[in-house]
Write a protein that binds this ligand. Structure first.
Ligand SMILES: Nc1ncnc2c1ncn2[C@@H]1O[C@H](COP(=O)(O)OP(=O)(O)OP(=O)(O)O)[C@@H](O)[C@H]1O
Length: 234
């Protein structure tokens, strides 16, 4: 089964009298454990594609399948549950809660999901180890570096054991060395947890670390190609 499948997805935003087509008949399939980079110029539709894949925006037409479920047929409540259980989202800014320690940032998401505190603590500890923050579990965001905060963000997104990981510009605020280690970490967790990963990036330098790359231009998407030979539109 595919983890994420966008079929003929079109997204129009209202724009004065008319509309702007942000996504134009986009098709994309991501399998468990597959890492796809999404590149393209500003305004080409990358964020819109992530928002639609995250089920945060309903497409104007087309289907968004997550773990075999047609999400366009679900109501808001069902979508919220699907997002909570199946989709991990990592934005450029980690958005950590300032007063919570690293481990608490993770535990709170699982607790909201109804997991027992003990199970949540144990999984959170394991995940922090995995992202290299075992020794920083009790630190608060202001005591962590930008790269460490992004690692907490990644660990938090994995708490629910998602089927799909959606990552938006994870390295935009980091220097080259930290950026590379964050992308490498994302590839590692993609494989380790068999989660389909879609990463929007401006940083073409790290694209070869992915399995495949798809590029966007004016709302259109190329088929993913091997990451060492990207097909550029335009
Ligand atoms: N909420 C909105 N309302 C109207 N138009 C929008 C909205 N969000 C995006 N757009 C338009 O949709 C198109 C695609 O935008 P989108 O943000 O998805 O591109 P992007 O590739 O992510 O750009 P960037 O790299 O700058 O983030 C653009 O023409 C943009 O102006």
């Amino acid at each position: 089964m595919t983890a994420l499948n966008l079929i003929n997805v079109t997204l129009d935003y209202p724009d004065g009298e008319g509309t702007t087509t942000a996504l134009n008949s986009v098709n994309l399939t991501a399998h468990p454990g597959e890492f796809i980079s999404l590149i393209g110029p500003s305004g080409s539709g990358k964020s819109s594609l992530l928002a639609v894949a995250a089920t945060l925006i309903k497409p104007t037409s087309g289907l968004v399948m997550v773990d075999g479920v047609d999400t366009t047929a679900l109501n808001e409540k069902e979508l919220a549950v699907l997002r909570r259980d199946k989709i991990g989202i990592i934005f450029q800014q980690p958005n950590l809660l300032p007063s919570l320690t690293a481990i608490e940032q993770l535990i709170i998401t699982d607790h909201l999901r109804g997991a027992s505190l003990r199970a949540a603590k144990s999984r959170a500890g394991e995940l922090l180890e995995l992202v290299g923050l075992g020794a920083a579990a009790k630190k608060r965001p202001h005591q962590l570096s930008g790269g460490q905060r992004q690692r907490v963000n990644i660990a938090r997104a994995l708490m629910a054991q998602p089927k799909v990981l959606l990552v938006d510009e994870p390295t935009a605020a980091l220097d080259r060395e930290r950026s590379e280690s964050i992308v490498r970490l994302l590839v590692t967790v993609c494989k380790e947890f068999n989660v389909a990963t879609l990463m929007v990036t401006h940083d073409t330098e790290f694209v070869p670390l992915s399995d495949a790359v798809a590029s966007m231009l004016d709302g259109e998407l190329t088929d993913p190609a091997p990451a060492n030979q990207p097909v550029l539109l335009g």
